[in-house]
Design a protein around this ligand. Sequence first.
Ligand code: KG4
Ligand code: ZN
Length: 361
Amino acid sequence: MNLLAIETSCDETAAAVIAETGDPSAPWRLKSSVVASQDAIHREWGGVVPELASRQHLRDICGVVERALEQASVTWTDLGAVAVTQGPGLVGSLLVGVSLAKSIAWSCGLPLVPVHHLAGHIESLVLHHGELALPSAVLVVSGGHTSLYFIREPGRYELIGRTRDDAAGEAYDKVAKLLGLGYPGGPLIDRLAQAGNDRAYAFPVPRMTHADRNQPAATAPPGLLPPGLERRVDFSFSGLKTAVMRLVKEKRDSRDLDQADVADIAASFQRVVVEALLDRTFEAARFLGARSLGIAGGVSANSRLRAEAHARGGKAGLPVFVPPSSLSTDNAAMIGAAGLRRLRAGVTAGWDLNANPSLTL
Ligand code: KG4
Ligand code: ZN
């Protein structure tokens, strides 16, 4: 069975065709994946401009879907279902994908499957590596999210930690902007950091353990983690961003930043982000007796995060899985994978399906 998947939650217009393999250990095969990036449009503004994003989705979506079918060598009549990202994301962007998916499903008489964007990022791991050994701890790190999930059974994702302020990718993008680099900042900082000294600056390691009278409730379901760890598995990146901002200002007050400064700041920032992400994920995985650990989402394309995750996994005897970079950043293949998982669990949507920018998983 072939499924057509559509993703337009932010600034990539994407479509993909996924087929079922019949093999329960590696259930899906990617037939085509087409992504039209809007980076060049938003770069000029230093970040995603929602109105420009939805207009560009409208221009690109039909061509992207047609190309995905063509590259998979299938036609409309070869399709068995349509999946689409329902949320979370930018509402105007989501609406373009949801409207087209509904129209295609209705005209071809196909079931329509609504997908949560983060379920897509998680299932990108299964699409590429096959089913993960369960239970599994999976960290989703993207421009909009830094969320740690515990998975005990396929298709059920329990949120156990999340960022209290900025997402990790957002911190990358904001720090890149401070350093006068382009958009998106993650890949640029990743590249520059390789030439820098990661110990040049001692940026504060983000912690969520301070006593606070207005302390929000922990993210993990009560009783799953011990009280100390429960708080430690939440993330925070806004303090780190402020520390970089202060340093850059201090330096600029005396002289212009040179290339070596920028590389050292990028490397020092990246070291702290990667440590914060991996310390918590590995600690939670160990406590919960996870048999595998996954990292997905745009930031999982980061070279240091990948290398350190694999090194730590090797030491801990815990298999670590990361998608190839084509499946790390936003794409529709992952939405197809999560869509097939849901379709087989009996989930389909009615014709009243609407985009939901704050959909929860
Ligand atoms: O998953 P994604 O494509 O979109 C969202 O769902 O947000 O993630 C995009 C984020 C951006 O913040 C981008 O800077 C970051 O992923 N990113 C990276 C790298 N490649 C993309 N961050 C660090 N290192 C990278 N190599
Ligand atoms: Zn994403």
